[in-house]
Ligand binder design. Structure first.
Ligand SMILES: [Zn+2]
Length: 314
């Protein structure tokens, strides 16, 4: 079920794509004009911006090339993007990065000399579909990929010239996709190390606590599939929803659960009611966002503001 959802959404994530094996690869060492490859790439990228879905016959064809670059201190994808004049989408896609904040110093980036994204084909995917979805001409897709057939096999890597991420992909990429699980937005206990309200000892808090009266409706923070419902130790009555790109949201201490495992849920749907079940000192929602098991600070990935109230609840 989870895989079905992932397939429904465009598979933008491309671990396993290796520019080295398929294309010319050079290296950019520094981001200034003392570096020949930097200058060359900047020129080609500027040229590629004239692409408006009609490369073929309009411009002389420039061969697709990639450069590797290792991210330095105080740099992120935006730095590289603005220096080279290429979209973050293009760099992230070619480098197999599907989450903006996962990029750290020393990370190898693969930068194309043309704006566009890498796409992994799946069963039933046609050139016509890709052309319509991304606004690139079929002939251009063929030419950029040295591919002149019409039938696409599944699992093939393609460079789509001029393409950018869809709004959904962008929202997930930047982690801003999640909406508030409650109508109110007060937070009584933040994410991170804090004093346990019951034992008084310091402990890691993997989510945020949002106080609300009993039976306040709880809304799904994004489209997804219900992965778990039921009692889970300290969480009490818990709902876990899995989303695209490895994201999961957790809703704990519920009084009532209105969904069943395997159900498809859209963002903003009522999934349960606030309670105080499990390890809790009063009615509130414990809300967690995880990505590949790593717990993330929900405040950073939603539009929630942090207003600390006096009472600490678990
Ligand atoms: Zn909590």
């Amino acid at each position: 079920m989870r895989h079905a959802l992932l397939l429904l959404l465009l598979i933008f994530v491309i671990p396993g794509f290796s520019a080295e094996n398929r294309y010319d690869l050079c290296r950019i060492y520094v981001l200034n004009h003392s570096d020949y490859n930097y200058t060359e790439f900047k020129k080609k990228i500027a040229f590629s911006k004239r692409y408006r879905g009609r490369y073929y016959r309009v411009f002389p064809f420039k061969k697709l090339k990639f450069a590797e670059y290792y991210l330095k201190e105080n740099e992120n994808l935006h730095t590289i993007s603005s220096k080279l004049g290429i979209s973050v989408d293009s760099i992230a896609s070619s480098s197999g990065i599907d989450f903006f904040y996962a990029v750290k110093q020393g990370r190898k980036l693969i930068i194309p000399n043309f704006q566009g994204i890498i796409y992994k084909t799946r069963k039933g995917c046609s050139l016509r579909y890709l052309s319509r979805k991304y606004g690139s001409r079929i002939k251009d897709i063929q030419r950029f990929n040295n591919f002149y057939g019409t039938w696409l096999s599944a699992g093939r890597w393609l460079f789509i010239p001029g393409a950018i991420m869809s709004p959904l992909e962008q929202a997930l990429f930047y982690g801003t996709a999640f909406s508030n699980p409650l109508r109110s937005s007060s937070i009584s206990s933040a994410f991170g190390i804090r004093k346990d309200p019951k034992t008084g000892r310091m402990a890691f808090h993997g989510g945020i606590d949002m106080p609300a009266p009993y039976n306040t409706p709880v809304y799904s923070a994004h489209d997804g599939v219900v992965e778990f419902t039921g009692w889970a130790g300290g969480y009490g009555r818990l709902i876990v929803i899995s989303h695209a790109f490895g994201f999961k949201t957790f809703y704990g201490h519920l009084r009532r659960i209105n969904v069943k495992k395997g159900m498809k849920i859209s963002m903003g749907k009522i999934i349960g009611r606030v309670g105080s079940s499990g390890y809790s000192t009063g009615p509130h929602l414990h809300f967690e966002i995880r990505r590949y098991r790593k717990k993330l600070d929900p405040k950073r990935y939603t539009t929630l503001k942090h207003r600390r109230s006096q009472r600490v609840v678990f």
